[in-house]
Design a protein around this ligand. Structure first.
Ligand SMILES: Cc1cc2nc3c(=O)[nH]c(=O)nc-3n(C[C@H](O)[C@H](O)[C@H](O)COP(=O)(O)OP(=O)(O)OC[C@H]3O[C@@H](n4cnc5c(N)ncnc54)[C@H](O)[C@@H]3O)c2cc1C
Length: 395
C-alpha cells in the first residue's frame, strides 16, 4: 500500500494546519474554560469545504477520499478534540450515512445542505439505558398515516444544541429486537423536539454534548432512512465511518502531546541537564512517537480499504481502539513530563488528557473493541454477525 500524499492531500493538510493554528489555537483555552466555541467557526469550516470531505461534489461535498478525511481530522484534533468530534458527528456519522442509505430525494433535501455546511447534522443513538447495548434502546416510532410518531430520549449526543438535523434510531417493532430498529431523519424544528446540554463534562468542554427529547414528534414517512428494521445495520455502518474519524483524530492528539512534550523537554532543566536528556523522559517521548506512527498506519490502512469499497469493520475497529488508547497514554505521559506545570491550565497538556478520555468511551468503548478483535481472531465474530443478522454493507 502506498500512503504517499497526493498534491491535493498536501494542500488540504497545509490549509487545515493553518486553520488550526490561526482559528483554534489562540482561543481554545478560553473556549474550553467557558464551555463552548464561537459559532462563527462553523462558517469558516464550511467555506474551506471541511464539512463535506468524502462527499461527492454532486452532493455539495469536496469529493476527496477517506485518507483526506483522516488528514483533516488529525489536523483539527491537534487543535482540540471538540472540532474533530464535530466533523466526526456531522460528516462521519451523519453525511456519510445519508450518502450510503439515503434516497435521491433525502440526499438533495438533507445531505446537500449538510455537505455545504449550511445545515449541521448529528447522530442520536445512545440513550440513558442503552450505550454499548444498542438493542436496549427505548425510543419508539409508531406509524400513523403518512407519519411516524416518535417518543423517547437520547443522551450524550454531540452537537445536541447545535445541529439542525439528527439521525435518530427508534424501535418500530421491539419484539424483533435488532431487526425492529429503524432510522429516521429528524429536524430540530419539528414540534415535540427539544434538547439540553450536559454541564460539568470532564473533557471536550469546548464541544456541545447533551440530551434530546422526543414528545409525539410527527416525522414524515419520507424521512425513514433505509427500510423499516434496517436501523441497527445503518447505525453499525455509520460507526464504521465515525470510528475512522475518531482514530484519525487521536493521531492528531498524539502529535499535539509530542510537540508539547518535546518543546518542554528541551527547556526544562533538572540536575543540571535538560529533562530531554533523562532516559525515562526519553522513554515516554519514544512511546508517543511509536504510538503516533503505528496509529497513522492503522488509520491509513482502513482508509485505503474504504477507498476501494472493501468492508473494513475489523480494521477500523482496530485503528480506533489502538489510536485512542495510544492518545490517552500519550496525554497522560505529556502531563507527567510537564510535572506540576502540566497539572494546570498554563500548558495545554491537562486539556489533552481530559480530551483523550471520551474517545476511549464513545463509538465503541475500549472493552467493546477488545471483544470485537478477540472474536475476529477466534473466528467467533462471523457466527455472531450471522446470528444477529448483520449482512455485509458496502462502506
Ligand atoms: C463526549 C461524548 C460524546 C458522545 N457523543 C455521542 C453522539 O454524538 N451520539 C451517540 O449516540 N452517542 C454519543 N456518546 C455516547 C457514547 O457512544 C456511549 O457513552 C458509549 O457507547 C458507551 O455507552 P455507555 O456510556 O452507556 O456505557 P455502557 O455501555 O453502560 O458501559 C459501561 C462500562 O461497561 C463496559 N461494558 C459494557 N458492555 C460490556 C461487555 N459486553 N463486556 C465488557 N465490558 C462491557 C463498557 O466498556 C464500559 O466500561 C458520546 C459520549 C461522550 C462521552
Amino acid at each position: 500500500m502506498d500512503f504517499t500524499f497526493t498534491d491535493e492531500q498536501k494542500m488540504l493538510r497545509q490549509t487545515a494546519r493553518q486553520f488550526t493554528d490561526a482559528e483554534i489555537m489562540p482561543h481554545i483555552a478560553k473556549w474550553d474554560a467557558e464551555g463552548g466555541f464561537d459559532p462563527a467557526i462553523w462558517k469558516k469550516l464550511a467555506d474551506l469545504g471541511f464539512l463535506g470531505v468524502c462527499i461527492p461534489e454532486k452532493y455539495g461535498g469536496s469529493g476527496m477520499d477517506y485518507n483526506s478525511l483522516a488528514i483533516l481530522c488529525e489536523e483539527l484534533e491537534r487543535g482540540d478534540t471538540a472540532f474533530r468530534t464535530a466533523v466526526s458527528v456531522h460528516t462521519g456519522l451523519n453525511c456519510m450515512t445519508l450518502l450510503q442509505w439515503g434516497t435521491e430525494e433525502q440526499k438533495h433535501k438533507y445531505l446537500v445542505p449538510q455537505a455545504k455546511g449550511e445545515k449541521i447534522g448529528a447522530f442520536g443513538l445512545t440513550e440513558p439505558g442503552a450505550g454499548s447495548d444498542v438493542a436496549a434502546l427505548q425510543t419508539t416510532a409508531k406509524r400513523d398515516g403518512d407519519d411516524y410518531v416518535l417518543n423517547g430520549q437520547k443522551t450524550w449526543i454531540s452537537l445536541c444544541d447545535t445541529a439542525d438535523h439528527f439521525l435518530v434510531f427508534a424501535y418500530t417493532d421491539k419484539s424483533k429486537k435488532h431487526h425492529g430498529i429503524s432510522a429516521f431523519i429528524v429536524e430540530r424544528t419539528m414540534p415535540g423536539f427539544s434538547s439540553k446540554a450536559i454541564k460539568g463534562k470532564y473533557g471536550i468542554r469546548a464541544g456541545n454534548t447533551g440530551e434530546l427529547f422526543f414528545e409525539d414528534i410527527r416525522v414524515p414517512a419520507a424521512n425513514l432512512l433505509g427500510e423499516e428494521g434496517e436501523g441497527f445495520k445503518i447505525a453499525m455502518s455509520a460507526l464504521d465511518n465515525g470510528r475512522f474519524t475518531v482514530a484519525a483524530g487521536a493521531v492528531g492528539l498524539i502529535r499535539a502531546c509530542l510537540e508539547a512534550s518535546v518543546d518542554y523537554a528541551k527547556v526544562r532543566e533538572t540536575f543540571g541537564v535538560k529533562i530531554g536528556g533523562h532516559q525515562l523522559v526519553q522513554q515516554m517521548i519514544a512511546k508517543m512517537e511509536a504510538g503516533y506512527q503505528m496509529s497513522r498506519l492503522l488509520v491509513y490502512r482502513a482508509g485505503e480499504l474504504k477507498n476501494r469499497g472493501v468492508r473494513n469493520t475489523r480494521e477500523t475497529s482496530l485503528a480506533k481502539w489502538q489510536a485512542c488508547d495510544f492518545a490517552n497514554q500519550a496525554a497522560d505521559d505529556a502531563v507527567q513530563i510537564h510535572g506540576a506545570y502540566g497539572y494546570s491550565d498554563e500548558y495545554p497538556v491537562a486539556r489533552y488528557l481530559r480530551n483523550s478520555k471520551a474517545p476511549v468511551i464513545y463509538e465503541g468503548t475500549r472493552e467493546i473493541h477488545t471483544i470485537m478483535q478477540a472474536e475476529y481472531v477466534l473466528g467467533e465474530r462471523a457466527d455472531k454477525l450471522l446470528n444477529r443478522m448483520l449482512p455485509a454493507w458496502r462502506p
